[in-house]
Ligand binder design. Structure first.
Ligand code: 3PY
Ligand code: MG
Length: 278
């Protein structure tokens, strides 16, 4: 090899080491551990640019909804790096009982997974098994994108830290779940609960209505928050308005998601049309 090419390699190395480090996935437990309360955007449209836009606003995290949103596996794979590039953690809500997707979301770099309709300790165990490597669970090895998005220096370092990084949030949103919330919270691989006030209102009204502001729902929210704290676990809740989100943060929730990309689009549209046409 000539001196010229050696010099050019050296020059390249210098340039590489002078570069700023790329943003790595901000791990949720670290942020929540410092008693920070997080406000998450809620994304349903399978276009990475939408999640990237939300991530660059003053949200602390972005949740990709694969239960009711139109985000599929390929869109999730493309979207998570865009959120991480904005310096925010990406959370994923999986469809009901699709625990295989919980592992896949972690492999794709999700910082947390929210599993809907966890109605028993058995559901919680299946979810935890997909979320945690042994000895806690049965997560299989293959963190293809998570490895580099996490910033872990080696696969071994990722493996050692992963169970602490990957936040498993079990949704409590039915009467059955409310009755066994302590059992769900007691599952070792479950890091916290996430309340679905809309479904909870359907359950608590015996199918009479959907109203996340129902007094019975408020009582259940307060009870579940105190249970999560008693177990030393995290508590999250979904909200539909900024005022409600502020109220929930004020009550002591660790994680509050707000509205959705399409709801925000609609309210923005209505606001400008109202201003224009009256
Ligand atoms: C609910 O309120 O039921 C939810 O699942 C929130 O997304
Ligand atoms: Mg729900």
């Amino acid at each position: 090899m000539s001196n010229g090419s050696l010099n050019s390699i050296k020059r390249k190395e210098t340039v590489m080491s002078d570069r700023k480090p790329v943003p790595v996935n901000p791990q949720l437990p670290e942020r929540l551990g410092s008693a920070q309360r997080l406000l998450s955007a809620w994304c349903t449209v399978p276009e990475p640019i939408i999640a990237a836009l939300l991530a660059r606003e003053a949200f602390d995290a972005v949740t990709l909804d694969m239960q009711h949103g139109a985000i599929d596996f390929a869109a999730m794979l493309r979207t998570i790096p865009m959120v991480v590039a904005a310096g925010k953690p990406a959370l994923v809500r999986i469809p009901v009982k699709n625990y295989a997707l919980a592992s896949q979301a972690l492999d794709a770099g999700a910082a947390a997974v929210i599993a809907p309709m966890i109605n028993s300790a058995h559901d919680a165990r299946l979810f935890a098994e997909a979320m945690k490597y042994p000895p806690i669970g049965q997560r299989s090895w293959g963190p293809h994108a998570a490895l580099h998005l996490s910033g872990a220096p080696t696969p071994e370092a990722y493996f050692k830290a992963a169970n602490g990084w990957s936040l498993a949030l079990a949704m409590i949103e039915t009467r059955e779940a409310l009755a066994v919330a302590d059992d769900i919270l007691a599952e070792p691989g479950i890091d916290g609960i996430f309340i679905g006030p809309a479904d909870l209102s359907i359950g608590l009204s015996n199918g009479a209505m959907v109203d996340p502001f129902l007094p019975a729902v408020n009582d259940a929210i307060a009870l579940l928050l105190s249970k999560a704290k008693a177990h030393g676990k995290k508590a999250g809740v979904h909200t539909t308005t900024g005022e409600r989100a502020a109220e929930m943060l004020g009550q002591g929730f660790d994680l509050v998601s707000i509205a959705s990309d399409t709801a925000l689009l609609q309210s923005g549209v209505r606001m400008v049309l109202e201003a224009c046409r009256g």
